[in-house]
Design a protein around this ligand. Structure first.
Ligand SMILES: Cc1cc2nc3c(=O)[nH]c(=O)nc-3n(C[C@H](O)[C@H](O)[C@H](O)COP(=O)(O)OP(=O)(O)OC[C@H]3O[C@@H](n4cnc5c(N)ncnc54)[C@H](O)[C@@H]3O)c2cc1C
Length: 402
């Protein structure tokens, strides 16, 4: 009976979501989410309208509390909303921003009431861009070795040092950073998580060019940068705990449930293989070895998708150590797919530019290259395996780093 009531409520919500989406999602944007989102610019009038509408409704952050502008939906309602968006080719225009995927959830977990009031509503409405300042030249996987200093300067904090690989720092309004507030403490202690306003001359960003052509991240230098006294997120010198929580949220956003990652368009691999490498009389991929590997990749992708769906259905909270398993599995599925795409395309999968290559072929090459980053960012493939062995399987810690 309780189930029936729940189902009735969900179906009522489905009707509400369907009506709202039909009234507010600009049809011209249909199917332009995921990878295709790169094709539309922020100046696009339809995209601006859609960002505003979904931001005001709170449905870009559907499960966040209503009091800070979020959708206030249950997880089941959020899934219905996602299904309804998928049905009409709509997408969440804020889903890839670090404010929505990492910083916002961490502020909701650890922020003071004042921090939530200040930072969550602009994130929900997509009005601010955030970056994450964790990695340093000598602190990547061994993040707790970070050295960026944050000193008590009386009425404010003074920050000196540098970060590296800071995604989107050159466009960001705010940075959530891990800094050393007590250099005398053991390395995992004495770290704090601080919210830094990026609009100050004391911060310089130098974009780094990647092999795939883009400059998605920066070296970021802080020279006597400042932050107000109430900018520490969580307890002073207990930032390691806050920082780990953000990483769980980050990994939860990299599990592949928000569209394909790491390699080319969403075209079916089997179709591609038949087009480039030929089909046999029965209509199958002609080369049996390639056929086996394409099928294996498709099975892996299917299993990953089903595991994701089960994890979402069972989830009691937004992120946990299980995200490490899903992130590694998503990485394997995406990178294998990208490798197969290039192999199937043969010489046509070796192009960089020029008229000899189709757009799909050029995208496949760039997607393959940029997809290499999936096993590095958010903590490398090996670091996820360390977390899985230590925190899920309970095996002895051999590294002391996670
Ligand atoms: C596209 C992209 C975006 C990024 N965005 C950001 C960002 O926005 N903010 C930010 O702070 N950082 C960002 N990073 C940095 C990323 O978090 C680091 O690159 C990553 O944590 C690895 O650190 P590292 O590059 O210093 O490599 P290292 O730590 O030097 O690792 C080198 C190799 O050694 C392996 N290794 C290291 N330690 C161990 C161990 N204990 N056990 C087993 N293997 C180990 C690693 O797996 C890796 O293969 C980004 C990286 C990329 C590629």
């Amino acid at each position: 009976m309780a189930d029936d009531t729940g189902n009735l409520e969900l179906e009522a919500f489905r009707a509400e979501a369907r009506a709202w989406l039909e009234a507010n999602f600009p049809p011209a944007l249909k199917g332009k989410g995921g990878l295709a989102m790169a094709e539309i610019t922020f100046q696009d009038a339809d995209l601006a309208t859609w960002r505003r509408a979904i931001g005001e409704k709170g449905w870009a952050t559907p499960t966040w509390p209503k009091e800070y502008g979020g959708g206030g939906l249950s997880r089941a309602q959020a899934r219905v909303l996602q299904q309804e968006m998928g049905r009409i080719g709509a997408f969440n225009p804020l889903m890839f921003g670090m404010g929505v995927t990492m910083i916002g959830p961490t502020i909701l977990d650890y922020g003071t009431e004042a921090q939530k009031q200040q930072h969550i509503p602009p994130i929900v409405r997509g009005e601010v861009q955030w970056c994450v300042g964790y990695s340093e030249p000598n602190a990547g996987s061994d993040l707790a070795s970070l050295q960026m200093r944050c000193e008590d300067a009386g009425d404010h904090w003074q920050i000196n040092g540098s970060k590296i690989w800071t995604s989107g720092a050159q466009y960001s309004d705010w940075c959530g950073a891990l800094v050393r507030t007590d250099p005398t403490a053991k390395k995992h202690d004495g770290i704090s998580f601080i919210l830094i306003d990026m609009h100050q001359p004391a911060i310089e960003t130098r974009p780094i060019k990647l092999i795939a052509g883009a400059s998605p991240f920066c070296e970021t230098f802080f020279t006597d940068a400042t932050a107000p006294k109430d900018a520490i997120l969580g307890e002073l010198n207990r930032g390691w705990t806050v920082g780990k929580r953000l990483l769980q949220h980050e990994r939860a956003s990299q599990t592949g449930d928000r569209g394909p990652g790491g390699g080319g368009s969403a075209v079916a691999l089997a179709d591609l293989a038949k087009r480039y490498a030929g089909a046999d009389a029965a209509g199958r991929i002609a080369d049996p070895d390639l056929r086996t590997r394409v099928i294996r990749q498709q099975m892996d992708a299917k299993v990953h998708g089903l595991t994701l769906a089960r994890a979402a259905a069972e989830a009691k909270e937004g992120a946990s150590n299980a995200a490490s398993v899903l992130k590694n599995s998503a990485t394997h599925v995406a990178q294998t797919r990208a490798e197969l795409m290039l192999e199937i395309m043969g010489h046509q999968g070796l192009g960089w530019d020029g008229e000899d290559f189709t757009r799909e072929e050029l995208e496949a090459v760039r997607g393959w290259l940029s997809g290499k980053a999936m096993s590095i960012y958010g903590g490398s493939f090996e670091i996820q395996n360390n977390i899985i062995s230590k925190r899920i399987l309970g095996l002895p810690d051999s590294t002391g780093s996670t």
